[in-house]
Design a protein around this ligand. Structure first.
Ligand code: PPY
Length: 317
């Protein structure tokens, strides 16, 4: 199994455990949806705020030792608040790590390819709703312009979309808006802002019974993990007439990059073909959802479950 290490503050240990479990489950689906030959897992390091560098390093070393205890059955990689530099630190104590810097023998940051995969997903979503995936004239709101979101915003703008950005860190939006001439949406106004595509690329759990009625978009398609408060919110989006790109399908680009380059020995062309496959898989899921009269979340889970069931299992499992 594989999946990243997230570093985050939690109110209580039980919340960290619940987050890790939810994220690990999504990783299993992500691997299946991307047809990657691995299971899913995730690590969560619950920290009391930002750590001084030496504490961060010691925590990563301890984490690396724990990963070694699993003997290679779980391999980690970068996730929210962990970088390739952190993977290099983990790599000092464990070989079971994806996404180290190229200088340390890794494939580097997976964020650019996560953004590329997400762009394919946005285009497949536009094609389903509007009959064309053309970006000029479309309004796309990117919530969160971190490593993935800012690259996505940049590519969308380059292809002619009107791009709106928001981020809890206003320094980030100001810089990017100036660089690329984008419009900034004040934090807190993202959900109500009218757009064709709302692309959540920040924290999870933002789409709930309370927030979905506020949305003024036709499509939700972004790179954030677990944007739905719970799976029933997939049906709420459907009822609201909003097309939802299931997160574990549209954000599979990072896993495709890491496992493609580091385990499967793929070339750039093979990685790119699989990133484009995210769009194809989403189109199939959208069609299946229409045919069966179910939400896209449900249709995506069915595709993932079917691929899992068809997978050869090691003897005795
Ligand atoms: C994710 O894509 O959500 C990750 O956690 C990144 C990842 C993917 C595959 C292996 C290790 C990390």
């Amino acid at each position: 199994a594989a999946g990243g290490t997230r570093m985050k503050e939690y109110a209580a240990p039980a919340e960290a455990l619940a987050d890790a479990t939810r994220l690990a489950r999504a990783m299993t689906y992500k691997m299946a949806a991307a047809a990657l030959p691995m299971g899913g897992g995730k690590s969560v390091l619950a920290v009391p705020g930002d750590l001084p560098d030496d504490h961060r390093e010691q925590l990563l070393w301890r984490h690396g030792h724990n990963i070694n205890l699993l003997g290679g059955n779980y391999r980690t990689g970068p996730d929210m608040n962990t970088s390739s530099a952190d993977m290099d630190v983990l790599g000092q104590v464990t070989p079971f790590v994806f996404g180290r810097t190229p200088a340390e023998g890794g494939s580097g940051s997976s964020a650019p390819d996560t953004a590329v995969g997400c762009l394919h997903g946005i285009k497949a979503s536009l094609a389903h709703v509007f009959g064309t995936d053309s970006l000029p004239g479309r309004r796309v709101l990117v919530q969160g312009v971190g490593e993935v979101g800012r690259r996505l915003a940049e590519m969308l703008a380059k292809e002619g979309a009107t791009v709106l950005i928001s981020d809890v860190d206003e320094g980030r939006t100001t810089t990017l808006a100036e660089e690329l001439g984008l419009d900034v949406v004040p934090v807190g106004d993202e959900l109500e802002t009218e757009c064709d595509v709302f692309a959540p690329c920040a924290a999870g759990g933002i789409l709930t019974a309370a927030t979905i009625p506020r949305l003024r978009c036709r499509i939700v398609a972004g790179a954030a993990n677990n944007p739905l408060g719970d799976p029933a919110d997939g049906a709420r989006l459907q009822q609201a007439g909003i097309l939802y790109a299931p997160d574990f399908v549209i954000n599979g680009g990072g896993a495709i990059h890491l496992i493609g380059y580091e385990t499967l020995g793929w070339s750039r062309a093979q990685v790119e073909a699989h990133l484009a496959g995210i769009g194809t898989t989403l189109s199939e899921i959208y069609q299946a959802a229409v045919n069966k009269g179910i939400s896209t979340e449900e249709a995506a889970e069915q595709v993932a479950e079917a691929r899992l069931a068809a997978r050869p299992r090691p003897a005795g499992v």
